[in-house]
Design a protein around this ligand. Structure first.
Ligand code: CYC
Length: 162
């Protein structure tokens, strides 16, 4: 896993250089948004269940997915779906704090699309649910932090192939 700081430092290190103005600028941007990131993560962790249930009710409930034959039908699959949503929200929050997507590649997206395809988990509906989670999050944390979280939730959606 990397973060915004190690990412900038590694790029200078491979060239054997001190940080240049551009690298310093990127670090400064990360530091000045630090308070925003920490505050957003605190709000998200205190409201994670509400964010997920809001997204599930807007994007998934009472659709064919929750009826017999749908991938969320049976409490076991319903629970697996809620658990997956919680993974996405929690890992997107980690990535937002780190200011870096690498944790998503390593711990969430690695092999995920293949797993979903082999189990018949619908990727389009998953992406819609993640988008609904993005909106629910933004309405709690505000537009600026919401945009920051959107970067990482969108990254998960692109990694799923959409
Ligand atoms: C299943 N989701 C799974 C499985 C994995 C993940 C590995 C298969 C094993 C299992 O059932 O636990 C995902 N596991 C992860 C991720 C991580 C991990 C991301 C990283 C931390 O360790 N079905 C729908 C909805 C969607 C859904 C659209 C919710 C958004 O229709 C999810 N995922 C879903 C369901 C299953 C699943 C229903 C069970 C499918 C089955 O067993 O038939």
């Amino acid at each position: 896993m990397q973060d915004a700081i190690t990412n900038v430092i590694n790029q200078s290190d491979v060239q054997g250089l001190y940080l240049d103005t551009n690298a310093m600028g990127r670090l400064e941007q990360y530091f000045t948004s630090g308070e925003l990131r920490v505050r957003a993560a605190t709000t998200i962790s205190a409201n994670s269940a509400a964010i997920i249930s809001d997204a599930v009710s807007k994007a998934l409930l009472y659709s064919d997915i929750t009826r017999p034959g749908g991938n969320m039908y049976t409490t076991r699959r319903y629970a697996a779906c809620i658990r997956d949503m919680d993974y996405y929200l929690r890992y997107a929050t980690y990535a937002m704090l780190a200011g870096d997507t690498s944790i998503l590649d390593e711990r969430v997206l690695n092999g995920l699309k293949e797993t979903y395809n082999s189990l018949g988990v619908p990727i389009g509906a998953t992406v819609q649910a993640i988008q609904a989670m993005k909106e629910a999050t933004a309405s709690l944390v505000g537009a600026d932090a919401g945009r920051e979280m959107a970067v990482y939730l969108d990254y998960i959606c692109s990694g799923l192939g959409n």
